[in-house]
Design a protein around this ligand. Sequence first.
Ligand code: ADP
Ligand code: MG
Length: 382
Amino acid sequence: MAKITLDDVTKRFGDGGEAVVAVDEISLDIEDGEFVVFVGPSGSGKSTLMRIVAGLETQSEGDVAIGNTVVNQLGPRARDIAMVFQNYALYPNMTVEENMSFGLKMSTNLSEEEVEEKVTSAAEMMGIGNLLDNRPGELSGGQQQRVALGRAIVRDPNVFLMDEPLSNLDAKLRASMRTEINRLQNDLGVTTLYVTHDQTEAMTMGDRLVVLNYGELQQVGTPLECFYRPANQFVAGFLGSPSMNFFEGSVEGGTLRADGFDYDLTQQMQSSVGKRNEVVLGARPEDITIHDQSTADTGFEAVVDVVEPMGSISYVYLQPTAQETDQTFVVETDGQRPISESQHVAVEIPGDDVHLFDTATGETIHQRRLDSEAEVALNEQM
Ligand code: ADP
Ligand code: MG
């Protein structure tokens, strides 16, 4: 078991003006036994950071420590880390048992019996005890990924690094493996760094999220903290599906003039806005309501562009009707509610459950209201 400390870690590829900054001055303390999920879009530096921790890549600047030891000069083998990748790279000519025991036989002095015991117990844990004599080609994708995880477990490492390990699996299997990795990490208590570009995995898996964009750290926090208290517009838009709706607008007194509608700012919002002339309003699809136009006396008018029925809910894509506009937004509605394309509705964006962002920097200047119990729970996490 070990804590991990990143201190101002930077990685540049290439020289001078051509250089790509893949990882940009990342500092982070990961506790012993913690499950931390690194999330961000493709190219945000997640894999590079994992490879630096593993010792497969050398940082341009900064220090990496595992436990209390700075490991900058240590090779991958000396770091006592087990990695699981998207391409799990099992040896095709070896059986499952041989695949799982190979690393142990190479790197330890364990006896045959000890190796067998470890492999059997890891295989049981991963539910592949009956497949030990099979070769990878005879296994499904999910079973192969279990072998790869089992191979990492038998190493009994200080740290697990997992880089998009579920990307090659179909949606259903991905969901069940998510649960399984959660349970496994819980049981083993091994410090785990898990990389994904998938916001669902990020929300459901880690103790903490590290949100990255362009190699820069955007926010570190529990999943719910990042979701309900996003540090900036990027985090707000990245977590949640469909994404938070953003409405750019100019501020005139107590009113935000957005593209296609006016929105009344509360006193509290007005003081958050301060002297800014422009801000971005953010509202999640589940917080906006649509009413039958004939009965509504508040809100603004919009026309339904597309309806995506999901079953229990529907996603309704809309456009304000007031003027020619490119603004579109999405609202979550009850799946049983009849609604059709081209229908006109009245839209209500709530006064409390919205965020405001600085238009220039993207920084959050106003956070949504939370239920008081949620507020307390979240403050305890922070
Ligand atoms: P992610 O895993 O988040 O998709 P990566 O860490 O793979 O991102 O890449 C981050 C950035 O670094 C990207 O712009 C990528 O093109 C660049 N990069 C990664 N590896 C190399 C390399 N070996 N040589 C040059 N550029 C690289
Ligand atoms: Mg990657």
